[in-house]
Design a protein around this ligand. Structure first.
Ligand SMILES: *[C@@H]1O[C@H](CO)[C@@H](O)[C@H](O)[C@H]1NC(C)=O
Ligand SMILES: *[C@@H]1O[C@H](CO)[C@@H](O)[C@H](O)[C@H]1NC(C)=O
Ligand SMILES: *[C@@H]1O[C@H](CO)[C@@H](O)[C@H](O)[C@H]1NC(C)=O
Ligand SMILES: *[C@@H]1O[C@H](CO)[C@@H](O)[C@H](O)[C@H]1NC(C)=O
Ligand SMILES: *[C@@H]1O[C@H](CO)[C@@H](O)[C@H](O)[C@H]1NC(C)=O
Ligand SMILES: *[C@@H]1O[C@H](CO)[C@@H](O)[C@H](O)[C@H]1NC(C)=O
Ligand SMILES: *[C@@H]1O[C@H](CO)[C@@H](O)[C@H](O)[C@H]1NC(C)=O
Ligand SMILES: *[C@@H]1O[C@H](CO)[C@@H](O)[C@H](O)[C@H]1NC(C)=O
Length: 843
């Protein structure tokens, strides 16, 4: 039976091969658009689309644009950079027509953001292949911001990849600019994909584990994500020769890095089925993620990944597995969930592969409803299993979108995702027309007209263009670059102290003068020779604390740029003898926390607490809006709010670098637990820092001020351990009053508490986009203070202090917030417009 089936399949294969030979073999076609020569990239030859020897035609030639090569990522030369020097630009619909043998192909479209700044208009266009709509109202800026709202990429290139089944022998790729806009393309790849391994056995995720072939027949597929799970580096295209796929790291998509750890084993991995490197390169299988020992985190977690998707499509999820640890079956059995539905149970990688170090994959198909914009992939232990078989493992993951009714496109211009991380164009290029260099008069006319068009529009629309830039800039919440240009650049201000002065001030770093200990080092109280009382922060200098150096530089640079009544002033620093010392003004009244609990200091009144919160909010508001790019504090907590002799609040500690230890899984036991109670769950989930993460932490601070208890108190009953959860719970049951600090002794107005707790609750919204800005928080706190002082009505008639004003009274609120912002904003700045010359030439 079996052998006859084998015989049959061999026969089919032979027939297929014979047929394939009779027709033309599918060949890769690589096109460097806008170029007239061949280029070698990745040891592959890319043909210029204006070179005469090409195998395709272009229905309307458009124009050619060229630019200086885009600087690569982090100064490294982009290996594909040579392809991004030129582009083909269309002001009207045009098609590339290629002759290809029937078969399945990857089509990759390369777009460099540099060319999206070409004309006055942002290029917005549609792309279709053989009638299948691939891109609709596509904006490179928008796409980059959407990507960067999920991953931490510095690349200014977008590569879109599609899998198409070409039956006719012709492939037409059509670019259609939006009304009044233009289209462009830098490079295209058409790569044959061997037909046998594509989605021949797909599990439908409907809880029944049905298997069935999935045919590409008539449909197309877009690659949404391709991840090397647990990899330290991306798997670059050149490591996947044949299909030249790029496998990204999964860490930006994993729900909680702490819940999973990476394992590696590079020895002797092989494919389960006949060697088929088209499935994935072997290196993909050399690393994997497994759940972190549950003893570390205290309870069992699913290992979860989440992805932004376009609603209303079917998605194919391909999971790659290879057991790297266990030598026998029944050691690791787990459940696979896709979109919270069980896709597989009792999954035993060893058993399915028939051994260790054997690589295979499994495909799942699930539909996204029209509302669903997130796809979840989760691995969980079998509920009843004991400690032994309660593990999971994943090596790689690919997510593909399946076309529906001839369409694969997201219908509107994308803007940044959940964190709204839209990015302003990096450069504003200058146009230069190089006139009729070649003798082809007809093309001169076209180029001339294009130039004229663009320039006319540029003049006409330069204000509209600004508005558009703002559209992208308005949601600009990317965290600022905190890196200093070089060690100890000239940006620092403040006095430079000698180490002798510092030693004198602290009695040679006497332990009895320590007033605080943090990740950076110890903080000492001290008196300078002139009698100034100071706080001296001394960084650890051991080499293994290397990141301290970076934080030190960051903090010096930032603090010297930041001057505000509600920020702790930096007096100077000392960098002698490998010391890293910062000298701050001493805050006589210490941390806010020490006035809330855990000391014998007298209780603060409600009014004092409100004033302190307002001060801290002003400090944060200044950080978020004050400088040109906004600064995210990253570690808002009551021990970082200091009080001077008059109990004026000052924010301290901006030195936590983005690359800090907080989310590094090697620091699970210390760093994460240390600030757990304040950590924005969305940041935790997405690893994407936005000012709204500070707002979340500030919400926790507000409840801490109200309730005067630690944000995490493990000695309390389970539901009360986490203050944020508990306060929200009480708030929702209208029982908040039961947990207010008893030391306030009822000395507060309920209206004030109400406004205060409502804004605190808003700060704790699950999603950053639903949280208020610091400006709004500030405004509500001021209302609460006015109510407390018995001036509930507005003092200047502008309605800004009217506590009855509902968040829905948008116009008044906006006016008020604007006012607050204006009064604190020190001045506007323009962006660092680096100019790149872009030339347009006649083909
Ligand atoms: C054009 O196609 C032919 C046949 O498929 C091939 O031999 C030739 O190398 C191709 N030319 C280029 C420039 O790719
Ligand atoms: C983000 O990218 C920067 C620069 O490439 C890198 O230094 C940093 O570690 C990345 N952060 C995360 C959370 O991946
Ligand atoms: C491509 O289309 C042909 C004809 O419709 C079909 O026979 C073939 O199975 C399809 N290939 C794939 C990989 O789906
Ligand atoms: C990696 O796999 C090889 C071969 O199975 C095994 O001998 C070795 O112990 C493994 N290494 C680790 C670190 O698990
Ligand atoms: C590597 O794998 C092959 C095939 O599975 C096996 O024959 C060979 O013994 C393995 N080598 C080692 C060192 O494990
Ligand atoms: C794991 O995920 C599934 C699906 O979302 C969910 O039903 C289950 O409760 C989760 N298990 C744990 C331990 O969180
Ligand atoms: C699926 O599970 C995730 C994480 O457990 C959760 O955030 C999400 O809301 C769930 N989705 C649905 C549709 O239940
Ligand atoms: C595109 O440019 C050509 C120049 O030859 C011009 O004739 C045509 O009107 C332009 N099309 C649009 C839609 O602007």
């Amino acid at each position: 039976m079996k052998s006859s089936a084998n015989f049959l399949s061999i026969l089919v294969l032979l027939v297929f091969l014979a047929a394939g030979n009779a027709r033309a073999q599918p060949q890769p076609i690589l096109i460097n658009c806008g170029s007239d020569s061949t280029t070698s990239v990745d040891a592959r030859t890319w043909i210029g689309d204006s070179s005469p020897s090409n195998n395709f035609t272009l229905s309307f030639p458009g124009a050619i644009a060229s630019a200086a090569p885009a600087p690569g990522v982090d100064g490294e030369q982009d290996p594909y950079g040579d392809l991004y020097k030129t582009a083909r630009v269309f002001n009207a619909s045009s098609s590339y027509r290629l002759a290809v043998a029937p078969g399945s192909y990857f089509l990759r479209l390369h777009f460099s953001q540099q060319f999206a700044n070409l004309g006055a208009q942002e290029p917005i266009f549609n792309v279709a292949a053989n009638g299948l709509r691939l891109l609709s109202k596509f904006s490179v800026h928008g796409e980059i911001s959407w990507r960067d709202s999920q991953i931490n990429s510095t690349s200014s290139v977008i590569v879109k990849e599609y899998l198409l089944n070409v039956t006719s022998g012709k492939l037409g790729i059509e670019f259609t600019p939006d009304e009044g806009s233009f289209a462009f393309i830098n490079a295209m790849e058409v790569l044959p994909v061997s037909g046998t391994s594509i989605f021949d056995s797909v599990n439908k995720v409907d809880g029944h584990g049905l298997k069935g072939p999935f045919s590409l027949d008539g449909s197309g597929i877009e690659t949404m994500y391709r991840l090397c799970v647990g990899c330290i580096d991306v798997l670059a295209r050149k490591e996947d020769p044949g299909l030249w796929r790029r496998w990204d790291k999964d860490e930006h998509f994993i729900f909680s890095l702490n819940a999973a750890s990476s394992i590696f084993n590079s020895s002797n991995i092989s494919y389960v089925s006949a060697d088929d490197p088209t499935v994935a390169p072997l290196r993909l299988y050399q690393s994997a993620r497994v759940p972190t020992e549950s003893s570390v985190l205290g309870k069992k977690f699913n290992v979860s990944w989440s992805f932004n998707i376009d609603p209303g499509f079917d998605y194919l999820v391909r999971l790659h597995f290879c057991e790297l640890q266990y030598d026998k079956a029944e050691q690791r059995k787990f459940k696979i969930y896709i979109n919270n539905k069980t896709a597989a149970e009792g999954y035993d990688v060893f058993a399915r592969a028939g051994g260790k170090n054997k690589a295979f994959y499994e495909d799942f198909l699930d539909a996204a409803s029209p509302q669903m914009d997130t796809l979840w992939v989760q691995l969980g232990s079998e509920s009843s299993a004991g400690s032994a078989a309660a593990d999971a493992l994943l090596n790689g993951m690919e997510i593909f979108k399946v076309s529906r009714e001839g369409n694969l496109a997201h219908p509107t211009v994308r803007i940044g995702g959940i964190s709204g991380g839209a990015r302003k164009p990096k450069r504003s290029p200058k146009w230069v027309l190089i006139g009729a260099a070649s003798g082809l008069i007809i093309f001169i006319a076209i180029a001339g007209a294009l130039y004229f068009c663009f320039n006319l529009q540029r003049k006409k629309n330069s204000s509209a263009n600004k508005a558009k830039d703002n559209l992208h800039g308005v949601t600009h919440t990317r965290s600022p670059t905190l890196r200093t240009a070089g060690a100890f650049g000239s940006k620092r201000m403040g006095r430079r102290f000698t180490i002798a002065e510092i030693r004198t001030a602290t009695v040679n770093f006497d332990e009895s003068l320590v007033i605080g200990v943090g990740g950076f080092g110890k903080v000492y109280r001290g008196i300078m020779e002139d009698g100034t009382r100071v706080a001296i922060k001394r960084g650890y200098t051991d080499s293994h604390q290397g990141q301290g150096v970076k934080e030190f530089e960051t903090e010096i640079e930032m603090l010297s740029r930041l001057r505000h009544r509600h920020l702790v002033p930096l007096i100077g620093y000392c960098d002698e003898q490998n010391e890293m010392v910062l000298v701050y003004e001493h805050m006589a009244n210490g941390t806010l926390r020490s006035h809330l609990y855990g000391s014998d200091l007298p209780a603060l009144t409600w009014k004092q607490r409100l004033e302190i919160c307002i001060g801290a909010a002003r400090g944060l508001h200044y950080l978020h809006t004050g400088l040109d790019r906004g600064i995210i504090h990253r570690d808002v907590k009551t021990t970082n709010i200091l009080l001077d002799d008059n109990l004026v609040a000052k924010m301290a500690d901006f030195g936590i670098s983005k690359d800090g230890p907080a989310l590094d899984h090697t620091h699970v036991s210390t760093a994460v637990k240390g600030s757990f109670g304040y950590l924005d769950p969305e940041y935790y989930r997405r690893q994407q820092l936005t000012p709204s993460s500070d707002v979340y932490s500030f919400g926790v601070v507000l409840f801490e001020v109200l309730c005067a208890r630690p944000v995490i108190n493990p000695t309390l009953p389970r539901d009360q351990i986490n203050l944020a959860d508990w306060a929200l719970n009480r708030q929702r049951h209208r029982l908040l009053e039961t947990i207010i600090d008893l030391r306030l002794d009822g000395n507060y107005t309920l209206e004030s508490i109400k406004i205060f707790s409502e804004i605190a609750e808003k700060c704790l919204a699950d999603e950053g986009v639903n949280r208020p800005s610091m400006g709004e928080v500030l405004w509500h706190l001021e209302s609460a203070l006015q109510l407390e002082q018995g001036h509930p009505q507005s003092t200047n008639g502008d309605g800004c202090s009217d506590p009855q004003l509902k968040p829905s009274d948008v116009p008044t609120r906006v006016a008020c917030i604007k006012e607050v912002e204006q009064s604190t904003r020190p001045g506007s700045h323009d962006s660092d417009g680096q100019v790149v010359d872009v030339k347009i030439e006649v083909p």
